[in-house]
Ligand binder design. Structure first.
Ligand code: GLN
Length: 525
C-alpha cells in the first residue's frame, strides 16, 4: 500500500482539503483504488461539539459520525460516502491509549507519546484500505498538536520501502502590493519546520492569490530542497471544482504516482458545473464567523447550477419591522433556512419563513429550518400565538417541537443525537414523491434532538386552514421527516440534511428542484 501525506504550511485554510480531494479524485479517475484519511490534531473526539463559527460546519456521514467539513469535500469530489474510519482526531487516539492503559494493556510499561501514542496512530493509518491512501494532516506544521502525527508518518515512511510514501507540503506565498512582489520567506520557514520534524517534502504546492512567476518558484525549489518540476503553483480560482483540472494540466497526479511507482490509466474526464443561474438565494444564517459554517448547503446550491447563496443575518432580520423584513427579502429569489442550535436569531428565521409562505417565495427549511416552519405555521396560521420549540421556550403552552423521548434519558452531549442515515417513507402525491421519483422508502442523514410533536398537533395537518393554507406531512418514520405547503411554488421543510449527500455531478434532488422552482417563478414573472 502507498501513502500520500499532505501537510500544510504558513496558514490554515489555504485549501489543503480541496487539493487532497482533487488529487484523490484524479487518481481514482486514473484507475487507482484510493482511500482518504483526514487527521485532525485537536483533542475533541469528533467535531460534534464544535461551534461552526470557529471551525465550519459539522459534516455528518452515513454511519452517523460527526466530522470535520473536509470529509464533505472528499465525498463531493470522490463521489463516495465517507465513514467514521476516514477521520482520526487526537482525542480518539489519546482516549484509546488511556483506555488501554486502564485495562492493563501496557502492563509493566511506562506509557509514552513514543511509542504508544504514535503506535496507535500508525495502526490507524495501516488499517486504511486503499491501494493509495491520501492522508491530510490538519492544521499547520509547527502546531504543537500535530507533532505526534508528523512523527508517526515519519516513522512509518522510514519503516517501509522508499516508494511507499510521498510528502506534499501545501504552503502560501503572499503578495505584497506595496513592493509588487511575492514573498517566499514564510514558505522557506515552514519547510524548515517540516524538516525539523524529520520530513523532507517531495512536492511543494504554492498557493497564491494570483499566478507567481518562474523565479519565485525557482526560489521555493532551491530553499525547499525539491526539484523545480515538483513545485506546483495553485493560484486562487473562482470555481473550486476547476482545481482538479489545473492539477491535471500540471500533471500533479502523474508526478506523485511516479514517485510511488504506481501505474496510471488515462484519466477520465471530470465534469462539473461551469455556468450558474444568477438567482439570488438568501441563507438565513446565524453562524457568520466563517463562510464554511454552511459549506455543504452552499456547495449543494452551487452544484445544482445556481450562484452561491448570500448569507443574511437572522439577528438582523429580528431587529427589523415586518415591512422592513418584506422589503429586504423581496430582493431575493429564494430562501434557505438552515440547521442550528440555540435561541439566538430564531425569531428572525421565523419572520423569513412567514414572508416566504405569504409571498409565495421558494423556501427550503433544513432541520431547525423545518422545525421553525412548524412553529411559524402554528403561530400565524393556527393562531397558537405562543407556539414554540421547547428548545427555546420550555414553558410554551403550544410545544409543537419537543425533545425526542429517547433523548431525554441521555446526559452526555458528544455523539448522542439522532445521527446518520435513517429510513423513512415518502408520502404519495407530494412534491417530495416527485423529487424522489416515486421511491417509497429512502434514507437520509440526520443530526437532531428535537422532533415535531405530531401526536398533540395533528390538527395542523388535517385540512386547509381557514386562510386556505394546507400543510402536509411529506415523509415520515417514527417521526415527521418532512413537511410541505400545498399550492406554493416551493415550501419544503426536511428534518434531515440533504446537503450532505450532494456529489459533484449528482447534486441532491431537493436542491435541484428548489433551484428549478426559482427558475419557474422567474420565467412566470
Ligand atoms: N436544534 C434542533 C434539534 O436539535 C435542530 C438541529 C439541527 O438543525 N441540526 O433538533
Amino acid at each position: 500500500m502507498k501513502y500520500i501525506v499532505v501537510t500544510g504550511g504558513v496558514l490554515s485554510g489555504i485549501g489543503k482539503g480541496i487539493f487532497s480531494a482533487s488529487l484523490a479524485r484524479l487518481l481514482k479517475d486514473s484507475g487507482v483504488d484510493v482511500s482518504v484519511l483526514k487527521v485532525d490534531p485537536y483533542l475533541n473526539v469528533d467535531a460534534g461539539t464544535m461551534n461552526p463559527n470557529q471551525h465550519g460546519e459539522v459534516f455528518v456521514t452515513e454511519d452517523g459520525y460527526e466530522a470535520d467539513l473536509d470529509l464533505g469535500h472528499y465525498e463531493r469530489f470522490l463521489g463516495e460516502d465517507m465513514k467514521r474510519s476516514n477521520n482520526i482526531t487526537a482525542g480518539q487516539i489519546y482516549s484509546k491509549v488511556i483506555e488501554k492503559e486502564r485495562s492493563g494493556g501496557y502492563l509493566g510499561s511506562t506509557v509514552q507519546i513514543v511509542p504508544h501514542v504514535t503506535g496507535e496512530i500508525k495502526d490507524r493509518i495501516l488499517s486504511l484500505q486503499g491501494y493509495v491512501n491520501v492522508i491530510e494532516i490538519g492544521g499547520t506544521v509547527g502546531d504543537i498538536e500535530s507533532e505526534v502525527f508528523l512523527e508517526s508518518v515519519r516513522e512509518l515512511a522510514l519503516e517501509r520501502s522508499q516508494d511507499d510514501f510521498v510528502f506534499v507540503h501545501v504552503t502560501y506565498v503572499p503578495y505584497l502590493s506595496v513592493s509588487n512582489e511575492f514573498k517566499t520567506k514564510p514558505t522557506q520557514q515552514s519547510v524548515q519546520l517540516l524538516r525539523r520534524a524529520g520530513i523532507n517534502p517531495d512536492m511543494i504546492v504554492v498557493r497564491s492569490e494570483k499566478c507567481v512567476g518562474e523565479e519565485v518558484l525557482n526560489k521555493v525549489a532551491l530553499f525547499g530542497g525539491v526539484p523545480h518540476d515538483m513545485v506546483i503553483n495553485l493560484p486562487n480560482l473562482s470555481n473550486v471544482y476547476s482545481v482538479l483540472e489545473t492539477l491535471k494540466d500540471l500533471q500533479v497526479h502523474t508526478k506523485v504516482a511516479q514517485r510511488l511507482s504506481v501505474k496510471l490509466k488515462s484519466c477520465a474526464q471530470w465534469i462539473y458545473p461551469k455556468d450558474f443561474k444568477p438567482f439570488r438565494v438568501a441563507l438565513i444564517a446565524k453562524y457568520l464567523g466563517t463562510d464554511d459554517a454552511y459549506k455543504s448547503i452552499v456547495e449543494s446550491v452551487f452544484l445544482s447550477g445556481c450562484r452561491k447563496p448570500e448569507t443574511v443575518d437572522s439577528e438582523m432580520l429580528e431587529s427589523l419591522s415586518w415591512e422592513e423584513v418584506c422589503e429586504y427579502l423581496d430582493q431575493y429569489d429564494g430562501l434557505i433556512v438552515p440547521g442550528g442550535f440555540g435561541k439566538r436569531g430564531i425569531e428572525g428565521k421565523i419572520k423569513a419563513i412567514r414572508y416566504a409562505r405569504e409571498h409565495g417565495k421558494p423556501i427550503l427549511g433544513i432541520c431547525l429550518g423545518m422545525q421553525l416552519m412548524i412553529v411559524e405555521f402554528a403561530r400565524h396560521v393556527m393562531g397558537y400565538a405562543d407556539a414554540n420549540s421547547t428548545e427555546f421556550d420550555p414553558a410554551t403552552s403550544h410545544a409543537v417541537i419537543t425533545m425526542m423521548e429517547e433523548q431525554k434519558r441521555i446526559m452526555k452531549l458528544g455523539g448522542t443525537m439522532r445521527l446518520g442515515s435513517q429510513e423513512m417513507e415518502i408520502q404519495p402525491r407530494t412534491r417530495l414523491w416527485k423529487i424522489y421519483r416515486g421511491s417509497h422508502k429512502i434514507k437520509e442523514r440526520h443530526r437532531h434532538r428535537y422532533e415535531v410533536n405530531y401526536d398533540m398537533f395533528q390538527d395542523m395537518f388535517k385540512k386547509p386552514s381557514e386562510s386556505g393554507y394546507k400543510l402536509v406531512v411529506a415523509a415520515k418514520s417514527a417521526f415527521v421527516e418532512a413537511v410541505e405547503l400545498q399550492d406554493h411554488p416551493f415550501f419544503v421543510g426536511v428534518q434531515y440534511h440533504p446537503e450532505f449527500k450532494t456529489k459533484v455531478g449528482k447534486p441532491h434532488p431537493i436542491f435541484v428542484e428548489f433551484v428549478s422552482s426559482i427558475s419557474r417563478e422567474e420565467a412566470r414573472k
